[in-house]
Design a binder for this molecule. Structure first.
Ligand SMILES: [Zn+2]
Length: 258
């Protein structure tokens, strides 16, 4: 039988008001994946839990299993990430990474490395002198941890090693295409050699190494645009596959053998 009460560390990804005085929380945990929890009375001024359930706080929770939603019974802050609260620009980057984690992680599916990455990136955002670089590092490592690592070394169409030239980028193919395959696919965007080198570096090095990089503004703009394109494409295809699975579950598909 499952325990009625469990203990977990968690990072608060999202909060919304619920009922008169309660809060609905979406949190990421190291071993239980993403959870939706109810914090009863958390909006009352007298609540002892409230201060320990702020957005982006790493917190120790005691949770009681509920019929629909599990309920936070105790919370104790482990890391408040206070530097975020005094700085709107840092705060907006924290919102962005929390949103990505929310969308790319699954409920009750363990991903301890993703939890560690999120915990780290919130620390980095508190201190980073190049937030765009910090966020690009996060995006590439998150994509690897959730199974969408973009291919930056071999052309995913013809498997040839990519040459140090201007290549092409295809979100659909899952990475960087060689010039031959890239020119065959109409309307694909190019990727410059400096941008490819930076993406490879970010994908394979530690954060401490990457934090030393000084990028040109044009390279920053190029990799930001490429990553945004890839993330949007990946999320959209993921959403479609979820809808597709729903259709299958409901038995609403006509037989493909016609
Ligand atoms: Zn190719």
């Amino acid at each position: 039988m499952r325990e009625r009460i469990y203990r977990t560390e968690a990072i608060v990804l999202r909060r919304s008001d619920f009922g008169e005085a309660d809060r609905l929380l979406t949190v990421l945990t190291p071993h239980l994946g993403k959870l939706r929890l109810l914090a009863k009375g958390a909006r009352k001024p007298t609540s002892r839990k409230a201060g320990h359930l702020e957005l982006f706080t790493r917190t120790e929770l005691l949770v009681a299993r509920g019929r629909n939603l599990d309920i936070v019974t105790q919370a104790q802050t482990a890391e408040p990430h206070r530097a975020l609260r005094d700085d709107l620009w840092r705060m907006s980057h924290a919102y962005y990474v929390a949103e990505l984690v929310d969308r790319f992680s699954e409920e009750q599916s363990e991903n301890a490395l993703l939890y560690q990455l999120l915990s780290d990136v919130l620390d980095w955002i508190c201190e980073s002198s190049d937030l765009a670089l910090t966020v690009r590092f996060f995006e590439l490592h998150m994509l690897s941890l959730v199974g969408y690592r973009p291919q930056l070394y071999e052309c995913p169409r013809c498997a040839s090693s990519l040459e140090p030239v201007t290549n092409y980028f295809s979100a659909e193919a899952g990475g960087v295409l060689c010039p031959r395959c890239g020119e065959a696919g109409r309307g694909l965007r190019t990727i410059s050699l400096p941008a490819l080198k930076v993406l490879r570096y970010l994908q394979t090095r530690t954060y401490a190494q990457c934090a030393q990089l000084h990028l040109r503004l044009s390279t920053h703009a190029e990799i930001e645009e490429l990553m945004m394109h890839y993330l949007v494409y990946t999320l959209e295809s993921q959403l479609k596959s979820v809808e597709f699975l729903e259709i299958l579950r409901r038995g609403g598909m006509t037989s493909p053998a016609e």
